[in-house]
Design a protein around this ligand. Sequence first.
Ligand code: IMP
Length: 429
Amino acid sequence: MSVTALIGAQWGDEGKGHIADQLAAQSAIVARYNGGDNAGHTITIGRTLVRTHLIPAGAFHQHVINVLGPGMVINLKSLAREVDDLNSHGANLTPDRLKLDSAAHLLLPGHIALDGADEAQLGADAIGTTRRGIGPAYTDKMARIGVRAGAMTDSHLFSDLVRGHVERVNVRLTRDYGRSPLDPEAIATEYVELARRFTPHLEDTTSLIHATLERGEQVLAEGAQGTLLDIDHGTYPYVTSSSTITGGVLTGLGVGPKHVKRVVGVAKAFCSRVGAGPFPTELHGDEALRLRGTGANPWDEYGSTTGRPRRTGWLDLVALKYAARINGLTELVVTKLDVLTGINPIPVCIAYSCCEAPLTNFPTNLTTLTCCEPIYSELPGWEQDISGVRRIEDLPLAARVYLLQIETFTGVKVSHVSVGPDRSQIFEV
Ligand code: IMP
């Protein structure tokens, strides 16, 4: 069988959770390939809301093996908290059901301290990171001084590596930032304990995935963040530090392109972004608030990792077409269509004007992108409540025209639409 890639097609927070849940049910493995605990999903278990940051969408599907792949950076403290929390709701994340790849990098306390210090230093130019240490962890990986999960098997070596990490970070914290040093001994002791706990979860997950594919079973590669936050193809430097796109599935899990048969992009019916950086269709004031919601329910546009209000704006079809191209999307899932109910007409961005010149391709150059003004096409809105709709033919004509415009512009079929926060409020087209 094959790998299905599930990719955020905008700036993250596209509402990947429901479709991830559906696809997980059909998979033997659900594997995260990028990022760390900067991601956030909200899962509803009965009436309880559970938040996940590291653990893939297969947590509550008992037949699924959940993989934290080689491309990730893993904070063991967060992982311990999350496993305990999910297990208390019945997830049963034993070493058989949760696998950490030995080549995945560990995100250690010094990375978190540096993320905070770097951001504070940048002042008004800060990226607006989640301050989870993601950038510094990937920096160490690329500088070839990171600590990989496989090192957990040897307590002495592991303790030395963690101590070495803290001592290295302390030089920067004290010398460059005038901050207090971290305690290498206390951190090494704490991490040796965490390593004992998670060593039984270690696995060569690339071999596991290939064996699963050879048995004819399905693998879901679950993306975190979104295309426009990709380190290479996003709005650099206002990006995360990993490969969020389909290419990241290949390097982050160790599978070849021939295995990835289905690439599902998830896009909201409008746009949102957390943190700083260009956002051509951004709205302000009441219009922004209308799309964001007040925060009274978990579906509103507030970060599930940091709680920050998300910036909101109209659907940017230029950016979505770019995401379709660089990911090789084979289908699109459009989420939160219900949020547009009552807005008439609905503007969608179909081109940019940059220094008076029209631009139809998404520019990743920061200077160009910053001066882009959106050119809108106005589509008719609808008034009917669509939250109960479960078939495409029951949507108002204007809502179907909206979806058709997305398909025509991006060249990608819309396969699913979501019309509300409940698991049942997503339907196949
Ligand atoms: P970092 O990944 O914490 O380094 O943050 C870099 C940028 O990515 C910031 O703009 C964050 O707000 C954004 N970001 C990171 N993770 C997510 C996510 O899961 N959803 C949306 N934005 C994210």
